[in-house]
Design a protein around this ligand. Structure first.
Ligand SMILES: [Cu+2]
Length: 370
């Protein structure tokens, strides 16, 4: 009879990758929405959309390898938010090396036991069945490793659900079978519908098709979500039909969009550029064809884009020169100062009835359903 000492170390390191699916119950709608009160104002003068050229094509071309998948790559995308960078560091510097070291260590122990204690080399086996010292070590060591992982992991988890500050720009993403629609409730309730752009051969004559300026195949949309850099974004998601999930890998964002509920998270984009994502909750036949394209621009350009859509910057008439903790330049200062008075009630208000029926949108079901 022989007894082998085979230490086995099990590690569970899933904490950091728990999908952010925090749900918040919908709050009752405010009695009087400030946006509604300001709505019947005179039409603003026409401002050119700073993200499009005269022909309506995107001015900012997607950069290969930034904010989009890369052929044969297996690492995480380059991160452009502080939380994303922390998560990227956690994955590359802590988790991956630790997993590698532990796997190699256990493999070497197994190989050593197989060779050293095989029958030919060890004809009279020891009858040892306990070794208190070694048992304490193989219990305590994994506990200490798990505690060491848990500290940055829980910190990262908390960062993913940090509520947005007051001056945040609110983006409401609404999942529909099978496209995304968007609202900017703090900016005069601008509404967008983003459909996937089809390839040249798949559309009729004179219809818009995808070009390389729009982005990669299956990821480019006819309308991009425009967001400012350096300003906190409050992302609110919901859906009109089934559960979808708004996910942009370069932002480290994946937030479920659930009918009848509002989920919320926040992030800050640090770099201008075009970033792509996809619906990440299996939502039906055309789940793979409801991409997300975000264009991050300077706050000044964002204000111009809002004006071009007929929207308003919250408190735009108020003092534009107020100081800011975040501004690196003059444009930041004006934009943040202007947003200080942003009404925040809209983020938790119930969805406006106007965006409810997916089929009511001419760009929606008709184009995407076949
Ligand atoms: Cu979906």
């Amino acid at each position: 009879m022989r007894s082998f000492l085979v230490p086995t170390i099990l590690l569970a390191t899933g904490l950091a990758f728990a999908s952010p699916g925090l749900a918040q119950p919908a709050a009752p709608a405010p009695a009087a929405s400030p946006a509604a009160a300001a709505a019947p104002a005179a039409p603003a003068p026409k401002v050119a959309d700073p993200t499009l050229d005269a022909a309506g094509k995107p001015l900012h071309t997607a950069v290969p390898g930034v904010g989009e998948p890369v052929d044969k790559a297996f690492s995480l995308q380059q991160q452009v938010t502080p939380t994303g960078q922390e998560a990227h560091w956690f994955h590359n510097v802590i988790l991956l090396p630790l997993i590698t070291i532990i796997s190699i260590f256990v493999l070497l122990l197994l190989v050593w036991v197989i060779i050293r204690y095989r029958r030919a080399a060890n004809p009279t086996p020891s009858r040892t069945s306990h070794n208190t010292a070694i048992e304490i070590v193989w219990t305590l060591a994994p506990v200490l490793i798990l505690v060491a992982i848990a500290i940055p992991s829980i910190k990262l988890l908390a960062a993913q659900f940090k509520p947005a500050p007051k001056n945040a720009v609110t983006l409401k993403a609404i999942g529909n079978q099978w496209f995304w629609s968007y609202e900017y409730p703090d900016n005069g309730n601008i509404q967008l519908t983003a459909n996937m752009l089809k390839e040249e051969g798949q559309v009729g004559k004179d219809q818009r098709y995808r070009t390389d300026a729009d982005g990669p195949r299956l990821l480019a949309t006819d309308q991009r979500v425009v967001l400012p850099v350096g300003v906190p974004i409050r992302l609110v998601t919901t859906a009109t039909d089934v559960i979808h999930s708004w996910a942009v890998p370069a932002f480290w964002i994946k937030l479920d969009a659930i009918p009848g509920r509002l989920n919320e998270t926040s992030f800050v984009i640090q770099k201008e550029g075009v970033y792509f994502g996809q619906c990440s909750e299996l939502c039906g036949a055309r789940h793979a064809y409801m991409p997300i394209a975000v264009e991050a621009v300077s706050p000044a350009k964002f204000a111009q884009w809002v004006a071009s859509k007929g929207g308003t910057m919250p408190g735009a008439a108020a003092e534009p020169a107020s100081t800011t903790a975040m501004g690196n330049d003059a444009t930041d200062a004006t934009a943040n100062g202007a947003m200080e008075n942003a009404p925040t009630v809209d983020a938790t208000a119930t969805p406006a009835p106007s965006n409810q029926p997916a089929t009511a949108n001419p760009a929606g079901a008709g184009n995407t359903g076949n």
